[in-house]
Each structure stands twice: as C-alpha cells, then as structure tokens.
Design a protein around this ligand. Sequence first.
Ligand code: PLP
Length: 224
Amino acid sequence: MIEQPTGIEANYSLIVKDLPPNVQLVAVSKTYNAETVARIYNVGQRVFGENKVQELVEKYTALPKDIHWHLIGHLQTNKVKYIAEFIDTIQSVDSRKILKEIDKQAGKHNRKIKVLLQVKIAEEDTKYGLESSEAKEIFTEYLNDIYPNVEVQGLMGMATFTDNEKQVQNEFSSLKNLFDELAAQKPLTVLSMGMSNDYKLAIDCGATSVRIGSAIFGSRATEH
Ligand SMILES: *Cc1c(COP(=O)(O)O)cnc(C)c1O
C-alpha cells in the first residue's frame, strides 16, 4: 500500500482561508497520485493544474469529471489533440504555433478553449515564455479574430527562483504592467503568477490566480 501524506487537507484549508476572495487557487497536483488529489477534491477544490499531458490525461480519466483542469507546463503541438476535448484552461501558451494548434483542435471539438499567454519574466533562460513584444503581437491577432476557437483570458508568468524579493517583485510588476496594457484594449480577467514560495508577493503585485503545489501536497519526491 502506498503511504498517504498527512496533513494536506490542513495545509489546503490554511491557504484557502488566507486568500483574498478575488484570487483563484489552482492546486498543482503534478507528481501526486489520483488518490492524493482526490483528498483535496473531497475538501472542496475543483481547479487543478498539471504540467505533463500524459499525467494529466491519466488523472482526468481517474478523477471526477467536474474538475477544471489547467495545463501549466510546456505543450508540444502533437499533444494538443489528447487534451482538447476536456481541458479547461491552457496557461502555457508560449508560441504562436501552439496557439494555432489549440485553436484548430478546439474547433474540431466545437468548443472554445480558455488560454493564458505565458510571458517570460524571469532572468533564467531555461524558462519557456513569450517575449512581451510577441505577446502583444499575438494579442492583436486575437483581437482581429485570427483565433476564433480560443478565449485569451490573460497572462501567466514565473518569477526567477531566488531569495531576492525585490527582483521577484520587479518581475511580477512587469507582468502586471503588460497585463494592464493589454486589458486596456479588451478586458482580461486572469493574471496567473505566484507559486508556493512567492504567491503572497504575487498577490500584492496584482495576481488574480496562484498556482500552488508543494505548500499543499508537501515537497515532491521527484522534481520535473
Ligand atoms: C510546479 C509548478 C507550480 C507549483 O510549484 P510549487 O512550488 O510546488 O507550488 C506552479 N507553476 C508551474 C508552472 C509549475 O510547473
């Protein structure tokens, strides 16, 4: 029998209790099994985030169908078809090419898929994401109805992994500025930034959605 982590419901309640009412929580369940995810579902959470398509499909299949699944990791074009039917939001749109494919697959299923444009705000060059200028161009195309089967709800970003709070704050603020600039053209509702170690700062900088994994579920055995 696989041992279940203790205290995750308590971790969850403490986090939820302190979130401002306008901030959405995406519980990041990557690497945790369906049984563990179900415990957080059972205490009321309905929005979960995964970063790998295969793992996402497995959990979608195993878990209740009223869960809103968010993809938060880099997506390859040949894999969009596996999630197009059920995915609620794809937060990790990091190229024009992937957005085109999401639009095409959403059309095949006669639905609109909600997306966020992932913008590179961190210093590290290992992280995926659009440059601000590309994000603006793609948003303009969207406003010109080039992607009729997607709904661009806002932006997503990941700050540099550092103890330097000032730097993280600057990175979040730069994303908030871009968000405001785009939202002036057409209202946007979702600014997804902040993870377990920096979500409070992200909220102070204007996040409307936070992606929290390890602060709920405990540290991951294998990082990926
Ligand atoms: C893993 C992951 C998270 C959650 O990270 P924690 O530090 O466990 O809260 C958030 N966003 C993305 C894109 C991730 O890959």
